[in-house]
Ligand binder design. Structure first.
Ligand code: SF4
Ligand code: SF4
Length: 239
């Protein structure tokens, strides 16, 4: 039999901490309607869902929600917030729950991907020269083999391009053929674009890790390169 919740033994310390940082998070406005849970890809994993998470937060079940592995399977997609009639900010709640865990105790895979991105500019650890070789090679192959795309070109760090494009680093490593369809669309519509060579990867595991410093470092390096070297007025992140 499930254990009864002893409300007298609980307080809402964590909710108050989060509300200090995001006063408009709206946890008290939750209607328990379940709309968030209906569209959440992480619902029912680890016996948790977003409605239950907010309910437990409001009841002060801080220890249980901080210890739940569910906080690491939320994809931070934001769908729950988009559909919530009361604008309860569950993604920011999840982010703050992740931040409450000491960095060394967070999932090793996410720590590794974040650290790798900081070290090498992408979570897969692809050397920049290999990235440039792969995208150039795949583009040449398409141009040679598909006459309708004989003029298709891919550039890296082309100064003055209208658009700088981020790419998930998994694609050039494991699925290089998946790069082509997007290039063909851009080519067909006459888009003026280039890849950056610095922080070219679109993913950002430091964000998933709730590592503010790492997240900020990656973005600052990226923005510096775009502003000072490529000088593109627009960035498109495909992630
Ligand atoms: S959709 Fe919003 S109001 Fe409804 S249960 Fe989820 S958080 Fe609460
Ligand atoms: S942000 Fe997290 S909780 Fe919200 S819908 Fe996406 S996976 Fe579910």
């Amino acid at each position: 039999m499930a254990e009864a919740i002893k409300i007298d033994e609980l307080d809402i310390a964590f909710k108050e901490q989060v509300l200090e940082k995001i006063p408009d998070a709206g946890f008290d406005l939750c209607l328990t309607c379940g709309t968030c849970t209906g569209g959440c890809p992480a619902s029912e994993q680890f016996d948790m869902d977003p409605r239950k998470l907010v309910r437990m937060l409001n009841l002060g079940m801080d220890d249980q929600i901080k210890k739940s592995n569910w906080i690491w399977v939320c994809s931070m997609c934001g769908r729950c917030l988009f559909v919530c009639p009361m604008n309860v900010d569950i993604p920011k709640l999840v982010y703050n729950l992740r931040k409450s865990v000491p960095r060394e105790n967070r999932p090793k895979g996410i720590i590794g991907s974040c650290d790798q991105h900081i070290r090498s500019g992408n979570a897969m650890g692809v050397p920049t020269k290999d990235f440039i070789f792969t995208v150039t090679d795949v583009a040449e192959e398409i141009a040679e083999e598909q006459p309708e795309f004989k003029d298709l070109k891919v550039s890296v760090d082309r100064e003055g391009a209208m658009m700088a494009l981020n790419q998930n680093s998994r694609e050039p490593v494991t699925e290089p053929d998946e790069l082509g369809p997007l290039w063909k669309i851009l080519h067909t519509v006459g888009a003026d674009w280039t890849y950056p060579s610095v922080m070219w990867a679109g993913e950002n595991y430091c964000m998933f890790l709730a590592d503010d410093e790492g997240w900020k470092y990656i973005l600052e390096e990226f923005v510096f390169h775009i502003d000072n070297n490529i000088k593109s007025p627009m960035v498109v992140n495909t992630e």
